[in-house]
Design a protein around this ligand. Sequence first.
Ligand SMILES: [Zn+2]
Length: 609
Amino acid sequence: MQNNPIEISLAEAHTLTITQPITWDLTELFPSLIDPKVNQAIAEATELADAFEKTYRGKITGLSADGLLQCLRDVEAFETKFSDIALFSSLSFSADRTKLQTQALNDRVDKLSANMGKQLAFYSLELGSLVKSNPQIIKAKALSNYRHVLERIRRRVEHQLSEVEEQLIIEKDQFGVNAWEELQSKWLNTRLFDVTVLGEKKTLSYGEANGLLPHRERATRESANRAIYGLLGKDGEVFSSALRSICNDWVTVSKRRKYASPMESSLIANDTEGDIIGNLLKTIEEGAATYRRYLKLKAKLMSLPTLGNHDIVAPLPESPELKFTFQQAQDLATQAYSRFDPQYALSVKELFQKHHIDATPRFGKRNGAFCAGYYNGKSAYILQSFNGSLTDVYTLAHELGHATHDWYASRSQTLLNMNVPSSVAETASIFGELLLTDQLLNEAKTNVERKALLCMVLDEAGMTTFQVTARVWFEQALYASIEQGEFLDYKTICTHWTKARDHIYGDAVTWFPEMEAEWTMKPHYYMANYRFYNYPYVYAQMFVYALYERYLEEGKAFVPKLVRALSAGGSVSPNEIGKIVGLNVSAPDFWNGGLKVFERLIVDLEKVI
Ligand SMILES: [Zn+2]
């Protein structure tokens, strides 16, 4: 019984409380915030930056392959040296933002980092020119470890403007197109929303109202949705001015940088190709019927004729509210990873043993969750606010996946190859979530538990895969609209939004009229020069699902392949990573493999209802 957390959770959870605060131990990095080693590390990093500048400024464009090899190694030596103090200061600050000492160190290191960035800006400019004028150098044997890094630079520099033009864009954007993002977040943070919570009228901040969207009571969910999107819609013309300007600005910039489409810059940043993403989006379009099958099933489980938009991610009315202690979460995650392979679980076990996890919520601590790689320690640190919910257990399993990825990559790669594009960066983390799902399903004792669990997983996967795809279509429609000379006023943008949305949800969901304004609250849309941020999430989810399907087919033989893929870090392209595990991402029907896993989860759900 003690080894079976999900069983404990139902009956005894309410008597279990988190007793020991789970905080991380950063002494492996530095003994304390005021230790002389902190000053020493800052001094050493500064010296290395100075030395690097002295050796290389004005000389990189003329380097031979061997010279460039030395230069890249020197960059890595400097960055490796600086990474410990940068990590220590940011982790200390994340753990306690109110402490004067952590603020002071964080501020000091931030400024140092910004200054070094300016001091060493010549490096990436000169390296770009070298690779552009002498592309043959990329193939030099001496540079084989850095081949992919250099290939990515080459793809990027094709679209770079002159140094002065680039500087002008940065300077003008700072108070120009970038200001829209500030306006949107200011709007959200300064408005109050009237929401009826369990029958009681309340006036809430955006964060509070937003937190009620998946509330257990349907009327509360409805009230929160209508309050938020109703108020956003009232200022719809303001938001459309912002989005219209950002998109038109991007069209102009894209043309000047000679991008073939508004999406190309994002394809380069994500180290992928238009055809692959085209196939992905088409597969999801075709698979939307599968998602609708689930949504209709969920309506039945909630005793509703059709789901309302406020029910899409709502918990099932009868679902038990599972509670876990951190120890239970730790055991569950460790068991899930170990079941896959005991060796694979080593990094997970080590992270707990070394106290590299800060989990207890407290005042002054950063919100959300992250995993930060610790390159010199061949490890990582995880921060989360663990409140005992099932979602928190999933967050832990997810972040432990990132730590596992770091564990393998840092043992095989030099620092420049640790930069992994987001489509691949989520491989081990989403894989870890699937391992946890299997572990939990395996341990669940009742169909009520299985149902709640499967719905939660399908809700999440449905949002990441299908809803996010609708957002990609929406963005594509905006640019097509501009291309055709259409004026993007509020109602036109809303029409693009609802059209993309309905293409996914069809007749499976009914929407409040206020939901036409849903696009107005997504902060990413207001981030200038950061277009098409969304499809990498769909890519990652479907890629890992396909990977998991492969694992289920191959069993233990799959383990070393996954290890090799994670060990590759960013040294090869996402396509090559796919090949390591026997997947051909470029094949038009590739993404169907990912959809199959989604479908299998629905079949599992159908079996338990
Ligand atoms: Zn992640």
